[in-house]
Write a protein that binds this ligand. Structure first.
Ligand code: B12
Ligand code: SF4
Length: 449
């Protein structure tokens, strides 16, 4: 059977915010995970629109499309194109799971939730000629998970080919997070077995590794066991942790010993009332500076994530938060405007209050304000959001954030990492165009080391 997996590119692929390097970071891991459930004699291709110009004139037996919120309309357009020619289309992923009825207008079958449950059941029925219109999410056993089919990725098209996950979901319940919609009604946190995780790490070539897990320390025992086993492997890895996870016990030291060198942390807001309102429990009552100093002492860089537009925010919050991040020595910052993704608790709350202004998914990209805020207008919020980015990445602010570190080594790492990420766009564009990812990865590894 000929099966084509597609990761459509978001609408901005042709827009002003398109950063080729951002979308050449990771290969489509979810689709490679599903491809592993196909038969050996199936002819499989994975198309990632972020890194290639696809041609959809082919005649596969089955097309499987992944949807995020911002690529939903593009996903629907591709699906419609195939279905017009009588080709069977199935859709899954975060957006289709949240809004299956919407997705069903463009797909023959919609699969909900983690694909490891629904996809093998669907494939079986499809081969029997009896596919159902919907496959509901159900709890998943990840213990027998086959290895993702990384051999199907476009080789040399990514800066970070070694991405993986060893947990799925998160035990926390922040009201704005996809976790509250994607896993609705079932378990919201799954783990792989230690042996299986080690086997996957072993199968990856090169030193650098990016764990895409929502929270690396969500299962402390598993993380501890994993980090112990990873010691001496010579890996350098990045991933997401919570403020509490960094402060509590000695797990962060264990992670460092295993090669952890750059932490993505959702600080979200420095205002406790905001944190309470959005149920960001892992941050409430935590001293952010304790976490920052601990990471700094170890030599772990911080990518801080911040959300603007929570109810307690005012126009000055943008500048104050940006200043706070610079003065705290955060290496890179990711700013967002609060976005009520459909299916989340936040969305339900705002909808009940009649605050959502529109449901055009292209705007649900965390750069647009899609709801009424108590004091911020849409124009003001969006302007201040862009200003926060500009301010944070001005050379003199990068330099002043870097100067906050005690050790010279951290100062230099900070300068190189932050500067390279945001200030050398033409160089990145050249690297992407010429597919010079191997030397770029070497530099990344040297910086992380
Ligand atoms: C890596 C990543 C990216 C990469 C994507 C590149 C890539 N090649 O994947 C980059 C950096 C480009 C990115 C950018 C953005 N991202 Co992003 N990203 C992620 C992240 C961290 C991991 C995704 C992943 O690989 N997961 C692991 C794999 C195994 O899971 P999966 O992809 O979900 O696939 C499984 C299921 O969804 C399902 N499935 C998926 N597809 C299909 C298809 C079929 C047919 C079936 C049956 C099943 C199925 O089965 C798969 C296997 O279990 C997630 C958070 C997360 N934990 O998922 C956020 C996340 C997906 N991103 C998000 C957002 C908002 C964005 C941005 C809009 C943010 C921004 N302002 O820049 C942009 C735009 C992205 C876009 N293309 O539209 C949100 C999406 C919210 C939503 N409701 O859709 C998430 C959930 C983060 C969050 N916590 O809010 N992102
Ligand atoms: S801690 Fe992070 S991943 Fe977990 S629910 Fe909150 S925002 Fe989502």
């Amino acid at each position: 059977m000929k099966i084509r997996f597609v990761l459509p590119a978001l609408q901005e692929a042709k827009g002003p915010y398109w950063r080729p390097i951002k979308y050449s970071l990771f290969p489509p891991l979810g689709l490679a995970t599903l491809a592993a459930f196909c038969r050996e004699d199936d002819q499989i291709t994975i198309t990632d629109e972020h890194v290639e110009e696809p041609n959809y004139d082919d005649e596969p037996d089955l097309v499987c499309i992944e949807t995020y919120i911002t690529n939903a309309y593009r996903a629907y357009a591709i699906a419609d194109q195939y279905r017009k020619r009588g080709i069977y289309v199935t859709m899954g992923g975060l957006h289709a799971t949240t809004l299956p009825q919407e997705a069903k207008q463009h797909a023959d079958t919609v699969l909900l939730g983690i694909g490891e449950n629904a996809f093998p059941r669907f494939l079986h029925d499809f081969r029997q000629g009896e596919p159902k219109p919907f496959y509901e999410r159900g709890n998943v056993d990840l213990s027998l998970l086959p290895m993702p089919r990384r051999d199907l990725f476009q080789k040399h098209a990514y800066l970070v080919p070694n991405s993986m996950v060893f947990t799925r979901g998160c035990p926390n319940r922040c009201s704005f997070c996809y976790v509250s919609s994607f896993f609705r009604g079932g378990k919201s946190f799954y783990t792989l077995k230690l042996d299986r995780i080690l086997k996957e790490i072993d199968s990856l070539h090169g030193r650098h590794l990016y764990f895409l897990d929502d929270n690396l320390f969500a299962d402390k025992k598993l993380s501890r066991d994993l980090f112990r086993e990873m010691r001496g492997m010579g890996k350098l890895f990045q991933g997401a942790v919570t403020v509490r996870g960094v402060i509590e016990d000695d797990l962060i030291e264990q992670a460092y010993e295993a090669g952890f060198r750059s932490a993505f942390i959702g600080f979200e807001s420095t205002n406790t009332a905001n944190l309470k309102q959005t149920n960001k429990l892992s941050n409430i009552g935590q001293d952010y500076h304790v976490a920052i100093e601990r990471l700094d002492r170890l030599g772990i860089m911080i990518n801080g994530s911040f959300i603007f537009g929570m109810d307690e925010d005012a126009p000055q919050t943008f500048e104050e938060t940006t200043r706070w991040a610079i003065d705290s020595g955060i290496t890179t910052a990711t700013f967002h405007l609060l976005t009520p993704y459909p299916g989340t608790t936040l969305h339900d709350q705002m909808k009940a209050q009649n605050r959502i202004t529109h449901w055009n998914w292209n705007d649900y990209d965390t750069r647009h304000l899609v709801f009424r805020h108590p004091v911020l207008s849409k124009e003001e919020a969006e302007r201040l959001y862009h200003e926060a980015y500009r301010e944070f990445y001005r050379w003199h602010n990068i330099a002043s954030a870097s100067a906050t570190h005690e050790r010279l080594r951290m100062k230099l790492k900070h300068l190189i990492y932050a500067g390279a990420w945001k200030r050398f766009e033409p160089i990145w564009n050249f690297i992407v165009k010429e597919k010079l990812f191997t030397p770029a990865r070497r530099l990344l590894e040297m910086t992380l080391k």
